[in-house]
Ligand binder design. Sequence first.
Ligand code: IVH
Length: 670
Amino acid sequence: MMDKDSAAKRIHELRTVLEHHNRRYYQQDAPEISDAEYDQLMRELQDLEAVYPDDDLASSPTQRVGSAPLSRFAPFSHPQAMLSLANAFSSQEILDFDSRIRRLANQDRMDYVAEPKLDGLAVNLIYEGGFFRHGATRGDGFTGEDVTQNLKTISSMPLRIKQIESLVVPEFIEVRGEVYMEKKPFAKLNRRREENDEEPFANPRNAAAGSLRQLDPKVTARRPLNIFLYGIGTVRGIHFTSHWEILQALAQWGFPVNPLICQAEDITACIDYFGHIHSIRPGLPYEIDGVVLKVNKLSGQETLGNVSRSPRWALACKFPPEQATTLIRDILLQVGRTGTLTPVAIMEPVSVGGVMVSRATLHNEDEIIKKDIRIGDTAVIQRAGDVIPEVIKIMEAKRNGQEKIFRMPSRCPECGSEIVRLQGEAAHRCINLSCPAQIKEHIRHFASRGAMDIEGLGEKVSAQLFDAKLINDPADLYFLKKEQLLGLDRQANKSAEKLLDAIERSKTPPLDKFIFALGIRHVGEQTAKILAGHFGSMENLMKANTDDLTALNEIGPEIAQSIVEFFAEDKNRKVMGKFHLAGLSPQFHNQVTDTILKGKAFVFTGSLESMGRNDAKALVESLGGFVQSSVTGRTSYVVTGSEPGSKLDKARREGITIISEKDFLKLIGR
Ligand code: IVH
């Protein structure tokens, strides 16, 4: 048995070594030791820590990674709601904000804290007795997803509040901030994804969100995530008087706080700050989309309070969308899975706000004519957040007469069939159902992240499998054999196995993902969720007629028609039969798939006949809504059982919708 001192020394050594190997393995994708060697070191540390627990145990590598994958995230109610911010898009709006709040607070001058507005996703971290206990995404501001295990893998996030003299550790605190991914690691992650024919992320924010919302913490651990903290919610055991003081304390406790955060003595200083941050934005290692101004004094914040779901004391000042000019080399047509032909500008690659762009959508022929876009033109392009870059205008002064006018061909560039433009539609369409480009696109969509999420089955592999005549529709994927794959390009033994594995794993998809994956016209992710939540199985959905469908609030006649036609079509019925034969079995769990009550707040009063209060609460939460204990301005419905209490009177006074238990059951589709 080791003595205490040598144990402490060995523990320290092992932690340092394991932290190094974690970085090599998870972040740099370049392990130096075998998994078995790693496991052995980890076990040695775990054993020692069990006998000799110490003060640093909470931040030990044994606490960061290693928990098992979840089947779903548990909902997490934030002790204090996470609000959002009001936006301003011009200096005038910033000045108006200042005048308004100075008037309300009766002050000549207001002092602020000015911060970069990080483009990631907001999280809430709960520390009890100085230890990290829970962490959750923002969700709808009231309820988020419990992503505690995933947050622990972010190495810059303290698992324990650092104790320093002159600053007490609060017994309870909610620390708020933003999880984000830096631009360079983001680009690297996307390069790797493309090499593996995995769908690249549209931007660092989506990459951060997608990484944090992985059910397997080991996947999250491999993603280069970072965090900055910029505020607190509930706090017990310490008192603050200003926002600046809070940020100072967070930094001293060991939380990463953005170094560009400044105090600003008045609104003029804030506007200068906005200009400065805007000018250094392209060179920052991470993406920001504006600056946030916050009233510094907490007493001032309190006086001002909130309007609906945003504090009156804070403002998000957004940067204008990023633009660049570049040359349009060509205009190509992209065939979508429903045959829509979208003209795309192929451009000289150009950096727009730190992200390289070489394609921009031109939407449709009318748009090209309206903006008079020609091949060879110099164009101003714009990228705003998530959206695909667009051509804003062309620069006529740069024309030399060599520019070529683009004409919509009369035949599909992929299959040679006739192109039509349906009445009332802006898009041209290839109406050949066997158009190879459409089928390939359809298969790629089926396998994509938001749908069946089959890793390694992106654009390239979908096309390869189709061109090699191994598959003709998505159901054929489930009948592929390893020998067939070995003949293909790039499909070495191991990657063939990996692909077949991924296909096999996709056989029990959530019902809504499967419905979305089918590629029914007008059925996007949201509609698919509504359909899954209501019908609960493929059989029920396939049996539904247009009346059954339009009975759902969110389903209009056009969507209903499209769904019925889809399942009536012989070819589609055959494909559905093949899915069945392959053993594909979509899963329906109320908890994960439903959002029909998303953001809706319920208050129950009186006793319900069909279920207890707790069951009712669970049911509402499983459908994306939440339950309040009393009526507030945010309450969407008050549900009355027998012998309702004073909540009913309050609801009447406030004009809130009051429904019976029967209406409630109808509302949730029971
Ligand atoms: S403060 C009550 N500070 O912006 C104030 N938010 O539109 C709530 N964000 O959900 C947020 N940088 O995801 C704050 N320095 C910053 C921020 C920031 C980015 C995000 C955050 C929030 C959203 C609100």
